[in-house]
Design a protein. Structure first.
Length: 199
């Protein structure tokens, strides 16, 4: 990341600053660089029973900005910058903001609806901006549908990594598979709709 690129992607840059700031505040408060589920819960992580019983709906949003440890933060922010810089430049700010907001809310929001209907997903405390990252991947997929000539090669280059990440979500319990799928869906639908609205 350099200053010139940051100026060209101010929204993505601000998101990264917010995530770093939240992580540093948590490290200062809890005197650790690796947070427990209880500490993450205290900072606003998503926990379905807290939303259902205590009506703490803000957790559906705040969970996106929290990260459990330094590796979690660095890996997510690297992916966020790579995809966010591209999507912010291509979609333009208005459509990009819509995609970010919808992906952020659907990441936990759709998982919460699934919990209300089935009761499944009530034991995990989720945090991280990876659902939004999958929303941006969904936006790339929408771009490839809307303009295959320009963006299909970009999607094709991403697809193997997306498949691997989804497989890891199934195999590794600590990774939120549902959050990734919901984020992707939110990003795809919102990006496709925005492309039609603002073309």
């Amino acid at each position: 990341m350099n200053t010139e690129k940051m100026k060209k992607a101010p929204v993505t840059s601000l998101l990264i600053v917010v995530c770093i700031g939240v992580y540093l505040c948590g490290a200062f408060v809890f005197k650790t660089l690796s947070f427990s589920a209880l500490e993450a819960y205290g900072m606003g992580a998503y926990y379905a029973p807290a939303v259902a019983i205590d009506h703490e709906y803000w957790r559906l949003f705040t969970a996106n900005f929290l990260h459990y440890n330094l590796m979690h933060l660095v890996m997510n922010l690297y992916a966020l910058w790579s995809l966010g810089y591209f999507c912010e430049r291509v979609l333009r700010r208005r459509a990009y903001l819509i995609v970010l907001l919808v992906a952020a809310l659907t990441t936990s929001g759709l998982a919460y609806v699934f919990y209300i209907i089935t009761g499944i997903g009530g034991t995990s405390v989720s945090a991280g901006i990876s659902g939004v990252i999958f929303g941006l991947i969904g936006a790339v997929a929408a771009l490839s549908v809307a303009d295959a000539r320009r963006f299909k090669p970009v999607w094709n280059s991403l697809a193997p990594s997306v498949g691997l990440m989804l497989a890891l979500g199934i195999l590794v319990p600590s990774i939120s598979f549902s959050g990734h799928v919901c984020g992707f869906a939110g990003g795809f639908v919102s990006a496709y709709a925005a492309l039609k609205m603002f073309k």
